[in-house]
Design a protein around this ligand. Structure first.
Ligand code: HEC
Ligand code: HEC
Length: 387
């Protein structure tokens, strides 16, 4: 997949990562930073890291919101980023795996976008994707699977649709006043990335509890203690303020990017996961990376079913049963094999010991991580939705 994208990039369509292509206008024109950006962050959240060549401004974020929900930005005009990333579901889509604009099945489950600005690597298992601008090439231009379906033959047409819209033309001009022709893919991507960086979620009941604005029920509180203890082990991989273990922020010095095999598969007892969902192995080819995925953020987890990279666990109950068993034993079919014995499985998973009451309490705690304000925030909503 990335090879296809790299090929599309070579003609110079986009300059990300190829530093010379950055014109510098974004950092030197004072009018661009004039509108500026002030974070209003939840308590205990560090200041996000924003790339110097794509500073946040209110106008750019608002343009990015429109483009995020813009169906004309797909090859056949049927799909936007928001088609697979729905605000009501913390920007997931409720499907087992995503479906692209031309009907391609994506091999993986759509990911939530809350607090995505803090993710040190992006997607389920790709250590090389570290910036939102870079990740976006995948849904926009990816060919296997097709998501938005922009390709060499339609990329000019797609951009012309945006250029022809006077309201968009004005928005692009306002953000990049020094550019004669500001409607470019580079700017589309910068604007959408800026919007995504503002998707901060930190007002769940749990956050309110931390701020001493509310109390948890005894069951929720017990679930929280289990989550943070050595019997359930959850916190080892989901222990940050964002309930994952890969965080980057403005003050980061060392950024750790661990990936873990949780024992979901062990095809034929060989340790194999099914292609093309073999985790970091897909890009590294190293045997020890087989089945290693990024620990997901558990914020808003009650809204983001089904679960895991392939959407193969339907409910939180199934997820807790899976962890309590120390992995998944598939007894028949082409994927048969006892994941509990996967040779690459993290040692922590085997240590998990949970009674039925423990599981219920952990689920009760996980449900306190839902941020109702986030999923109803008009700043993140679809501007084209019928009122
Ligand atoms: C066809 C459905 C679909 C569309 C359309 C789509 N996405 Fe996604 N998105 C996914 C899936 C599936 C993943 C997980 C990909 C993977 O792991 O390989 C994902 C992952 C992501 C991630 C990584 C999140 C994280 O936590 O690392 C970001 C960011 C993202 N998408 C942004 C976008 C943007 C921006 C657009 C529009 C330009 C977009 N997506 C369009 C399905 C979609
Ligand atoms: C060794 C690290 C590790 C430990 C310990 C761990 N997890 Fe996970 N968790 C992961 C990884 C990695 C994933 C993604 C796996 C995949 O998609 O294949 C994940 C996924 C999940 C998901 C699904 C997220 C989603 O968006 O689909 C939930 C829910 C979850 N974990 C809850 C827990 C709970 C509760 C505990 C403690 C009982 C726990 N985890 C312990 C690493 C861990």
């Amino acid at each position: 997949m990335l090879r296809h994208i790299a090929r599309m990039l070579l003609p110079g369509l986009l300059g990300f990562g190829l530093s010379a292509c950055n014109t510098g206008t974004t950092t030197t024109d004072p009018s661009l930073t004039a509108s500026g950006w002030t974070w209003s962050l939840p308590a205990f959240f560090p200041t996000p890291k924003v790339p110097e060549n794509n500073p946040l401004t209110a106008d750019k974020v608002e343009l990015g919101r429109h483009l995020f929900y813009e169906k004309r930005l797909s090859g056949n005009g049927t799909q936007s980023c928001g088609s697979c990333h729905l605000q009501a579901k913390a920007f997931t889509d409720g499907r087992r795996v995503a479906i692209g604009s031309t009907g391609d099945l994506h091999p993986r489950n759509s990911q939530p976008l809350h607090n995505v600005v803090y993710n040190a690597t992006l997607t389920w298992a790709n250590p090389a994707l570290t910036r939102l601008e870079q990740q976006m090439l995948v849904p926009l231009f990816g060919e296997s699977p097709v998501e938005m379906g922009i390709n060499d033959s339609n990329k000019a047409t797609v951009l012309d649709r945006i250029k022809a819209d006077a309201a968009y033309a004005a928005r692009f001009r306002a953000v990049w006043p020094a550019d004669a022709d500001p409607v470019t893919y580079e700017h589309v991507i910068q604007a959408i990335a800026s919007f995504q960086r503002t998707l901060i979620s930190g007002n769940s009941r749990y956050d309110q509890y931390l701020r001493r604005e509310t109390v948890l029920t005894p069951g929720e509180e017990r679930g929280m203690q289990l989550f943070n203890g050595e019997q359930a082990e959850c916190f080892h991989c989901h222990g940050s303020f964002n309930f994952n273990d890969q965080i980057v922020h403005a003050g980061s010095r060392v950024v750790e990017t661990p990936f873990h095999n949780t024992g979901l598969f062990n095809i034929g007892g060989t340790g194999e996961f099914p292609f093309p969902n073999r985790g970091v192995f897909e890009t590294s080819g190293k045997p020890e990376d087989m089945g290693k995925f990024r620990a997901a953020s558990l914020r808003n987890i009650a809204l983001t079913a089904p679960y895991m990279h392939d959407g193969s666990l339907a409910t939180l109950e199934e997820v807790l049963d899976f962890y309590a068993a120390g992995g998944r034993n598939i007894t028949s079919g082409p994927e048969a094999g006892d994941g509990r014995r996967n040779p690459h499985k993290s040692d922590l998973i085997g240590l998990i010991k949970l009674t039925n009451q423990d599981k219920a309490d952990i689920i009760a705690f996980l449900k306190t991580l839902t941020d109702e304000q986030f999923i109803h925030d008009p700043r993140f909503a679809d501007p084209f939705a019928a009122p």
